[in-house]
Design a binder for this molecule. Structure first.
Ligand code: C5P
Length: 220
């Protein structure tokens, strides 16, 4: 009997993180925020003074393999340092997108991602959860929203943390990141063939979570 996994893939700021956390909490499942792994690898690579491109692919992959990453509640720890805030900046997102293009880095993170699949189940959010990491998952959701709506949500999220930002800049950033994530040759952002598409542009977080639950119940 396979341990159940719900995959939530989609572009930047589509609401995957919020929805995944709530679904996991309600089901009592484990949570894998795979984007955080790429963000941590990028942070570690920057600190090591490595260029975030193919010229340092082997070195960054080595780093990725050795990282002592831990999730404790909603905190993210690198060795024993709390990097929760450091990995959430726009720059950290762009850096994560840069290192995530490198195939050796992606490979280095596969076993770690699989290790999150524990009883009673897992909710995994990212770009390639349904296509590459958990292709046998019984429920795969591809979550989207218009770029304008995503920029708007990111803006509100930053404001709530007391960070001011310009919507036009946020929109440009997320479109650049989506373009890179969709066009890379290894594990590009795309819906799995058996994924259910969910456009949350007009939905509240509650409604989006509700739809995922409805699908999950139908599939039981
Ligand atoms: O989801 P989040 O914005 O935290 O992800 C940061 C970046 O990490 C993404 O833009 C993407 O380039 C990369 N990523 C990935 N595969 C995943 C999750 C994230 O390539 N499964």
């Amino acid at each position: 009997e396979q341990i159940p996994v719900i995959c939530l893939d989609g572009p930047t700021a589509s609401g995957k993180g919020t929805v995944a956390a709530r679904v996991a909490q309600q089901l009592g499942y484990h949570l894998l925020d795979s984007g955080a792994l790429y963000r941590i690898v990028a942070l570690a690579a920057r600190r090591a003074g490595l260029p975030l491109d193919a010229s340092a692919e082997a070195a960054i992959a080595d780093l990725a393999q050795q990282l002592a990453i831990r999730f404790e509640g909603d905190r993210v720890l690198l060795a024993s340092e709390d990097v929760t805030e450091a990995i959430r900046t726009e720059q950290a997102g762009m850096d994560a997108s840069s290192v995530s293009v490198l195939p050796a880095v992606r490979t280095a993170l596969v076993a770690l991602q699989h290790s999150f699949r524990r009883l009673p189940g897992l909710v995994a959010d990212g770009r390639d959860m349904g296509t590459v990491i958990f292709p046998d998952a019984p429920l795969k959701v591809f979550l989207t929203a218009s770029a304008a709506q995503r920029a708007h949500r990111r803006h509100a999220q930053l404001l709530s943390k007391g960070i001011s930002a310009n919507i036009a800049d946020l929109l440009a950033d997320l479109e650049a990141r989506d373009a890179r994530d969709m066009s890379r040759s290894t594990a590009p952002l795309q819906a799995a063939q058996d994924a259910l598409a969910l456009d949350s542009t007009q939905l509240t977080a509650d409604q989006t979570v509700g739809q995922v639950f409805e699908w999950w119940q139908q599939q039981q």
